[in-house]
Design a protein. Structure first.
Length: 364
């Protein structure tokens, strides 16, 4: 099972949802980057469960410990080990899963692939695993802040059929996103999203939607052509997040409705010399390589599979079952998915930065 992401800046996550801990190994971070738990904890706090009435009632502090790879507050250039304890586990809530796979969850497919699976919670398929990604993404952002600062901001664009107005991508900040309980910066759409999530929760059901993300300050030239295009790396990163069902960058599928004359991004002169795209319908990447404008993409999340409503399904032995899921689950993953999307974007860009240093070695 592949649990590693990245080429030069590599992350391997470990742990199950109801095990002793989850965590990750970050390999490839250069030496002498200032790093402490205080650099990692804020993003984990944004993702942690039980923080608001809109997410799972499971309570976890998600307090991260740095196990290796630093000395006196600086990275050593060696693997960085990060651990996050699981303190509010209730494996007994999942006893029925020993005989009945949850509809649209990974219980059946993991059992088919490996011949066994974690019987408490979703194991590696649980969204609990994303806490390790967020911790690694915070390390990536810290590294980028030292060598080439970028700004990565994600937000909830839609919940169900409720769609927010697109914010100003040049000024949007995480503080503005977090001002809303649902992490939507549109003051008109946010209350309706909250009401919809609460209604789904009270009905024992769930909702999906879209998280959008903007990456500012990415210089022209980052990214690889052909098979490892920056577009493909973002897609790989985002579609590896649990519950994702779609990815598009720039105009995305909307570009199929346009003619080339409408969709092309012409160039214009820059003050001080050089050129830049005058528009950005491509979403900041051309030919798999960043062109210097804001990278913009959207990620679709399905409704949470684990719901408490009765569902007609079948047990592993084929017998019919009316299944009502127990346990503690989000009625909508979107608000907590925002820092996960940001973190995976940071991992992609940290890797792209390091690869670019190899591609453009200065000549004397």
């Amino acid at each position: 099972m592949s649990s590693t992401f990245g080429t030069l800046f590599r992350v391997t996550t470990f742990g199950e949802s109801h095990g002793r801990a989850i965590g990750c190994i970050v390999d490839g971070c250069p030496a002498r980057v200032p790093l402490s738990a205080d650099d990692i904890q804020p993003q984990l706090d944004r993702r942690r469960p039980g923080a608001t009435a809109l997410n799972t009632p499971r309570k976890e502090s998600d307090a991260v410990s740095i196990l290796s790879g630093t000395d006196r507050g600086l990275t050593l250039g060696t693997p960085i080990g990060l651990s996050i304890p699981n303190t509010d586990t209730k494996p007994g809530d999942y006893s029925e899963m020993e005989t009945v796979p949850r509809p649209s969850h990974a219980d059946f497919t993991y059992a088919e692939k490996y011949g066994l699976r974690a019987r408490s919670g979703g194991g590696r398929a649980s969204a609990r695993e994303t806490a390790a990604r967020v911790a690694a993404g915070a390390v990536a952002e810290k590294m980028l802040s030292v060598f080439h600062p970028v700004q990565i901001v994600a937000w909830v664009e839609s919940v169900g059929s409720i769609v927010a107005k697109r914010p100003d991508l040049s000024t949007l900040a995480r503080s503005g996103v977090d001002a809303s309980l649902v992490r939507c910066p549109d003051p008109e759409a946010a209350p309706r999203m909250i009401a919809a999530i609460e209604a789904a929760r009270d009905a024992g059901d769930s909702l999906g939607g879209i998280v959008a993300c903007a990456c500012r300050g990415v210089p022209a030239g980052w990214g690889e052509p052909v098979f490892d295009k920056l577009t493909a790396e973002f897609a790989h990163a985002m579609l590896s997040i649990p519950a994702t069902r779609g990815f598009e960058i720039g105009d995305g599928f909307g570009a199929t409705l346009l003619r080339g004359s409408q969709h092309n991004d012409p160039f214009a002169a820059k003050p001080g010399g050089g050129i830049r795209p005058a528009t950005n319908r491509c979403g900041g990447i051309q030919g798999g390589i960043a062109h210097g404008e804001t990278i913009f993409f959207r990620v679709a999340f399905k409704p949470v599979s684990t719901i408490s409503l009765p569902q007609n399904t079948a047990a592993f032995d084929g017998s019919p079952v009316v299944f009502e899921a127990k346990g503690r689950h989000d009625p909508c993953v979107l608000p907590r998915a925002v820092p996960v999307v940001e973190s995976m974007a940071a991992l992609v860009l940290a890797d792209a930065f390091l690869q670019q240093q190899v591609q453009r070695i200065p000549h004397s």
